[in-house]
Design a binder for this molecule. Structure first.
Ligand code: SF4
Length: 299
């Protein structure tokens, strides 16, 4: 068997920064450091930080008054910052700067009097955070598209979740533009999402099967699996080698492996080891050199 490795794959700059924030906070202030929502959507990462003294909670109300808390990379609604203030919590915000950019766009376009439409997946943590910034209409590509009773020439700004499928998002944007004439589109899909999906398409030209390593609640991992399937290649999303199924590998000579923006490289290595291929070939892809500065209190 031959394994082709997608490039780029794995951690993006926002995930590296968020993990660094928790680790540095633990070092600087000592445990416990609370983390609101999984710092990034990967159980391996969450567990390894919890082993060092992080405590993951889902709601601000669960955190004892006066504690230190890191808000996750996906972004949080202003309401959570207000609640934290009431509880006298010390908040370190690990929201990815590319998500913060979307929040700032929402404020800016709302101020200009535009109606806001967010293309995103209902219930995802990032969408909850962005929709908390200002009232906006959600377009979810997994549901029949519906619009409020707005005139066709309503001035509209379209924002997007950062981790959606490039192709599905374009489809949603085309539908919005078909319905309204005065539409300004901010395509907020981030560089990591775009590059990893392009790399999966390259992988699919060479392989019989694609394995995406990552967590089932990771948006960008799920989109990688879907992109591979849309190319006509069977694809599975697995946390690690323990989830490999021998039936998938029957008659398969070439396997493509990639991983989402929140997946540690050790898990990719563990899957390759479990497969035991004769050869591992990294495919050529975009070199990423994006880094983000740490929050002020940890610099
Ligand atoms: S996937 Fe994109 S938006 Fe999300 S943390 Fe990474 S760089 Fe930021």
């Amino acid at each position: 068997m031959k394994v082709y490795l997608g490039l780029p794959r794995g951690f993006c700059a926002g995930v590296v920064r968020a993990i660094d924030v928790v680790e540095l906070a633990l070092k600087k202030f000592g445990p416990p450091v609370y983390v609101k929502h999984q710092i990034v959507h990967n159980p391996y990462v969450v567990r390894s930080l919890e082993d060092k003294g992080a405590i993951t909670v889902e709601d601000v109300e669960e955190i004892p008054e006066g504690s230190r808390v890191v808000f996750s990379a996906h972004g949080s609604p202003p309401e959570d910052f207000d609640k934290a203030k009431q509880r006298k919590l010390h908040v370190i915000d690990a929201t990815c700067p590319l998500v913060t950019k979307v929040h700032n766009e929402a404020r800016k376009y709302a101020k200009q009097g535009k109606k806001l439409v967010l293309v995103g997946h209902r219930g995802h943590q990032e969408v909850k955070g962005t929709m908390g910034v200002h009232s906006m209409h959600l377009v979810d590509d997994r549901e029949p598209i519906q619009f409020p009773e707005w005139d066709s020439n309503t001035s509209i700004a379209v924002l997007t979740q950062t981790t959606l499928s490039v192709d599905d998002t374009q489809h949603s944007i085309d539908e919005i533009k078909g319905r309204f004439t005065n539409v300004m589109v901010r395509n907020d899909l981030c560089y990591a999402t775009t590059n990893r999906q392009a790399a999966v398409k390259e992988l699919c030209k060479r392989v019989d099967l694609v394995l995406v390593i990552g967590a089932p609640n990771s948006s960008n991992c799920n989109r990688l699996r879907e992109v591979a399937e849309a190319q006509g290649v069977p694809a599975f999303l697995i946390n690690g080698p323990e989830e490999l199924k021998p039936a998938w590998l029957k008659g398969v000579d070439t396997v493509g492996i990639t991983s989402g923006a929140s997946t540690p490289e050790q898990l990719v290595e563990a899957v390759i080891k479990a497969l035991g291929p004769q050869e591992v070939v990294p495919i050529e892809g975009v070199e990423e050199d994006v880094t983000f500065v740490l929050p002020q209190e940890l610099r």
